[in-house]
Design a protein around this ligand. Sequence first.
Ligand code: TXD
Length: 307
Amino acid sequence: MKNKVSIIGAGMTGATTAHWLAEREVSDLVLVDVVEGMPQGKALDLQQALPVIGKDVKVIGSNDYASTAGSDIVIITAGLPRKPGMSRDDLLYANAEIVRKAAEETIRYSPDAIFIILTNPLDAMSYLAMKATGVAAHRVIGQAGILDSARMRAFVAMELGVSVENIHCYVLGGHGDEMVPLTRASNVAGVPLEDILTADRLEAIVDRTRKGGGEIVSLLKTGSAYYAPAVAIAQMVEAILKDKHLIVPASAYLQGEYGLTGLFFGVPVQLGRKGVEKVIEYKLSEAEMAALQKSAQGVAENIAKLK
Ligand code: TXD
């Protein structure tokens, strides 16, 4: 039987996720939104693109959660994006209501689904989705780390003129400006970044990575990034459906790992058919550990506000 993936929120990230996923031909797709006609229109448009690239994927748009029934994966992108000058945390209360509803509605129709959360503030919304659905922690994953790491990879590639394929970067921590780009573990074809770039240039790349989302928000003026966040979700979906055991940075529920308990936080996770197969614990330096703890404080404060 074909896999089924439902995307709640058919805005910029939701629709673009459908696009990247349709190209990968890994599942049928359902787009759900509160705006009447919009998900139907986007689904039909995408459906009509697929003959050109030869992909057999059924794409449905709907305003009704019943259409999501029997999904293998539910992706929640519904909610408000940032406006210039706003932090991700400013979205907490408005998006909490939207994500709670989306979680409660979708779990009714897809009791076995794995949930991938995108809505900001990401780590807190992932926690909320776990609580609202009542599913085990390994079935909820927040997308942030692939995106933040890809931003860093893009900046390193621009700096060095080397193929992005050779560049491996790892950004951990909460999905906020306190995120932790791991410069020691990041490398170009196996050579640590710290050996290739001067301290100044490396610091500039780290700083631009941390503020990477805000840079795009201030350029766009309405809305936030969508190509890169959406392709990051597509990579996670493919890893899960194909049971790839792929290690990526993502927001997972921690139960003691990295000295943290009871929150979703960006760490390396191994993804397979059951969702998060394991959280990988890197050996971190004292400075890296301290930076992670600082980032975790912000996430814990948001979760406390939700409670
Ligand atoms: O890396 C990451 N985690 C992020 C997070 C990267 C990019 C965007 N990120 C966050 O995702 C962003 O801050 C927002 O909180 C969400 C969605 O961003 P997007 O750019 O897709 O926003 P849009 O284009 O405004 O789309 C949101 C859609 C829009 O069509 C609304 O009508 C819909 O959500 N919406 C709903 N759909 C279903 N159900 C409900 N209740 C609902 N409310 C709004």
